[in-house]
Design a protein around this ligand. Structure first.
Ligand code: MN3
Length: 247
């Protein structure tokens, strides 16, 4: 993967913004947590939100039955188990943000890690898809993708590979790091790049569920076919808004 060198001007701009918000010196690098907080994006609710479209709306990639089971069974279970873990571990969901719990998830139970991640990831995943996909982003995000990965097609290939090559269950991600670089990676199980335990770190812009429950009814073992079709339903407007808010 090609990496874009952050210019001194960009560096100062990034550190300055976060530093002002935190009341710190402009020479301090913004932490991921600070970056997430500064992003003009509402934090993710601890409870499951309504699906933003009908179960059959994404038929170009995912069949209605898969969507219904995925949303009402799998994702609903993560939300329910997260609520149990929050009660047991005294996380005040009225005061704390889910993102803060994930950033310190190593201090909580495996139940919190699995279900906090599972809930966050699915809430993001539903919004990363839309029946009216624009096929590619435009504006600043497209420019950053092209300068980071060479071209939009190369980016798609690398992201697809991250999903295809994730052994077992997990997620593929496009993230923006605290130094404003884009990167692609994957996480196992329900981990995500906000977690302190994750090797891949950053603010997630786009996430793809590659658990078998996300595609097995239509695609059986053919995960690459699922991913290839999934590009038809990516909600680039949403991804772009996250990027604009995070940088
Ligand atoms: Mn899933």
């Amino acid at each position: 993967m090609q990496k874009k060198n952050t210019s001194r001007r960009e560096f100062i701009s990034a550190t300055g913004k976060a530093g002002l918000a935190l009341g710190l010196s402009a020479t301090v690098l913004p932490s991921l947590a600070a970056m997430v907080k500064n992003a003009a994006i509402p934090s993710t609710s601890f409870s499951q939100q309504p699906l933003p479209y009908a179960y059959g709306a994404l038929e170009a990639a995912i069949d209605a039955q898969t969507m219904e089971i995925h949303y009402t069974k799998h994702a609903a279970a993560y939300a329910k188990n997260l609520a149990e873990a929050c009660t047991a571990e005294k996380v005040d969901t009225g005061k704390m943000q889910l993102e803060d719990v994930l950033a310190k998830v190593s201090k909580y139970s495996a139940k919190m890690r699995n279900n906090g991640g599972g809930h966050y990831n699915h809430e993001l995943f539903w919004q990363c898809m839309s029946p009216s996909s624009s096929e590619k982003p435009s504006g600043k995000l497209l420019q950053h993708i092209e300068s980071s990965f060479g071209s939009f097609e190369t980016f798609k290939t690398q992201f697809t590979d991250a999903g295809k090559n994730r052994f077992g269950s997990g997620w593929a991600w496009l993230v923006v790091n605290k130094d404003k670089r884009l990167s692609i990676g994957s996480t196992p199980n329900q981990d995500n790049p906000l977690m302190d335990v994750s090797e891949l770190k950053g603010f997630p812009l786009l996430g793809l569920d590659v658990w078998e429950h996300a595609y097995y009814l239509r695609y059986q073992n053919r995960r690459p076919d699922y991913i290839n079709n999934w590009w038809k339903v990516v909600n680039w407007d949403f991804v772009q808004k996250r990027f604009d808010a995070a940088i």
